[in-house]
Design a protein around this ligand. Structure first.
Ligand code: ATP
Length: 575
């Protein structure tokens, strides 16, 4: 129930619009009842061949109710759809606003297919909270009250009977069908999530699945998820069919029992024959708003499940938050790392332990070390994807936690091993770094990054994940982004590791040219052109074990020298 109340709180701003739509919805059903009642009145009365004038009131009623029903239905649909789209817009914006600060630290535990399901299907399911969950019971309740009063005018017995059957159709049938369909909606949603996750894995990992012969097994998983979902949908359809039949059965039972109760009173003058026809058709029409009620409970179950999944994400606390009054990014770009330690959540040991070093502004330093030493973790701390567990990183003498994380990230360019390109045009992928960049700026950046031949292809699609580009071209797009961003600090995290020797050499030269005069932190385990760095830090098992210039480290006979010698021996053997 708590989830339901939290969900209704979200749609509270539209309360008056919803109330208006519900009122018009009720008026529409009321017009339908009025139309049938007046029609029954005319037909029954005409059987006695009265003068035309005696039918005038009935004819007017048919016209008014007939027209009103159409116009009101249109108005109700217009308003309720407007509310639905407003709710959808609000939910999507609300969700994106909430999810963005959680990336990447808090989203690592979710599979991307699962997140996609929450963003698309779960929110889609919640858009119906007004039309399918809140409005139908309200309309049914108002119609029950209307019928109670209307039939009360003719006969208290009929009024009591209609109340009984409305209660059965409004509470009994939905409760019965809820009992039968318990868990079906949640089950369908769960199978859909599994399908999304499997489908994404298939698209992204089809190569690996084929190479390791796991494609048939993966497809079998997908088929089995589809089969289980279809089975639940089949059961759902049977129960839905049963709801409609039961409501129809109750409607007929209501008609028969009211006729059975009233017919004897016709001869005694209690109810006249015309009124009997009017009541009968009114009873039939009054069951219309009860038909969607079982679906209401079904949607309620689905909405609660969707709400739980969304709140699970929204209630997560972001790893990093902007301070209330963030400091402006300083003009002094001296960096200091002071006694920094870091432990990943759920991890038993420290990934980084008591690291301290300084990088004066404009210096080029390299952080080297074996795989798993913690080099990329250090980058993530610089970008404030995570907070340091102990110690601090300062820029210009200020703890980086005092800056707005977005401002910090604008001032640090990061190129990683694998540049992510969106399935967009080259232009869209570049303006990420500078949203207001002119065509001229984009072309200059491309040319400087060694992609002069792309300047005429700004609006060409890069393919899914930039698949239409080679690895070298993708890294050059990242370089063009650095140029556009023009940040004073640049971090290259294995930026050339995936490239062949020749391309690596070209890309490295371009990088050298564009990083001149800026603070550069190169993270690598491949020791090439190391003599060009102002300082080299050797990271091993989360601690800095050596630091100095290339020739100093080569004299020490430590890990650095071993790594360098090993790599150069291997290179010599391959040549
Ligand atoms: P490589 O050169 O292979 O990229 P690295 O030096 O950059 O390695 P990191 O990626 O920083 O190493 O990883 C350091 C350690 O932290 C590893 O043992 C890794 O398993 C662990 N680690 C990395 N990311 C996470 C995470 N999100 N949660 C838990 N542990 C992590």
């Amino acid at each position: 129930m708590r989830i339901f109340f939290r969900l209704t709180a979200l749609v509270k701003p539209y309360f008056w619009w919803m109330a208006l739509a519900a009122l018009i919805g009720f008026a529409t059903t009321g017009s339908g009842i009025g139309l049938l009642m007046t029609s029954a009145y005319i037909i029954a009365k005409a059987a006695f061949q009265p003068p035309m004038a005696a039918l005038q009131l009935g004819i007017l009623g048919v016209r008014v109710f007939g027209l009103a029903r159409g116009v009101l239905r249109y108005a109700e649909r217009l308003i309720s759809h407007n509310i639905t789209f407003k709710i959808l817009t609000k939910l999507r914006l609300w969700f994106y606003d909430a999810i963005e600060p959680l990336a990447p630290a808090r989203l690592m535990h979710f599979k991307s297919g699962d997140l996609l399901q929450r963003i698309v299907d779960d929110i889609q399911s919640l858009e119906n909270i007004y039309t399918r969950v809140l409005a139908p019971p309200l309309t049914a309740l108002l119609v029950t009250a209307l019928m109670w009063m209307l039939l009360g005018v003719y006969s208290m017995q009929a009024a009591l009977l209609i109340l009984l059957f409305h209660l059965l159709a409004g509470i009994g049938v939905p409760l019965f069908s809820t009992q039968l369909s318990r868990g079906i909606q949640v089950g369908i949603m769960k199978h859909k999530t599994v399908q999304q996750v499997l489908a994404l894995d298939l698209f992204q990992g089809i190569g690996e699945l084929q190479v390791y012969g796991k494609l048939p097994e993966h497809l079998e998983h997908m088929r089995s998820a589809e089969k289980s979902k279809l089975e639940l949908q089949r059961r759902n359809a049977i129960i839905e069919g049963m709801h409609d039949s039961l409501t129809g059965l109750l409607m007929n039972a209501a008609v028969i029992s009211i006729l059975w109760a009233l017919i004897p009173t016709v001869s005694t003058g209690g109810v006249n024959g015309i009124s009997l026809a009017v009541i009968t058709l009114a009873v039939i029409a009054s069951f219309e708003p009860f038909l969607p009620l079982p679906a209401t409970i079904k949607h309620l179950e689905a909405d609660k499940h969707a709400g739980e999944r969304l709140f699970e994400i929204l209630d997560a606390k972001p790893e990093t938050v902007a301070p209330a009054t963030p400091l402006p990014f300083p003009s002094n770009h001296d960096i200091r790392v002071e006694k920094l330690s870091f432990t990943y959540p759920d991890s038993l040991s420290k990934t980084l332990e008591t690291i301290s070093y300084s990088i004066p502004a404009g210096q080029h330093i390299a952080i080297v070390g074996p795989s798993g030493a913690g080099k990329s973790t250090l980058t993530a701390l610089f970008m404030r994807f995570w907070n340091c567990s102990e110690g601090q990183i300062t820029i210009g003498g200020h703890n980086i936690n005092l800056f707005d994380p977005e401002e910090l990230r604008r001032n640090i360019s990061l190129v990683s091993q694998r540049t992510y390109l969106f399935a967009e045009t080259i232009r869209e992928n570049l303006i990420l770094a500078k949203p207001d960049a002119s065509d001229d700026e984009l072309k200059k950046a491309l040319s400087a990054a060694g992609l002069a031949h792309f300047t005429s292809k700004l609006d060409e699609w890069t393919g899914q994940h930039g698949m239409k580009l080679s690895g070298g071209e993708r890294q050059r797009i990242a370089i063009a982004r650095i140029l556009l961003q023009n940040a004073p600090i640049i971090i290259l995290d294995e930026a050339t590791a995936n490239l062949d020797g020749l391309t690596e050499k070209e890309v490295t030269e371009t990088l050298k040219a564009i990083t001149a005069g800026k603070t550069l932190i190169t993270i690598t385990h491949r020791l090439k052109a190391m003599e060009e760095y102002d300082n080299i830090l050797v990271l091993d098992k989360g601690a800095i074990t050596e630091a100095g210039l290339h020739h100093e480290l080569m004299e020490k006979d430590g890990l650095y020298k071993r790594m360098w010698s090993l790599q150069h021996e291997m290179a010599a053997t391959l040549m």
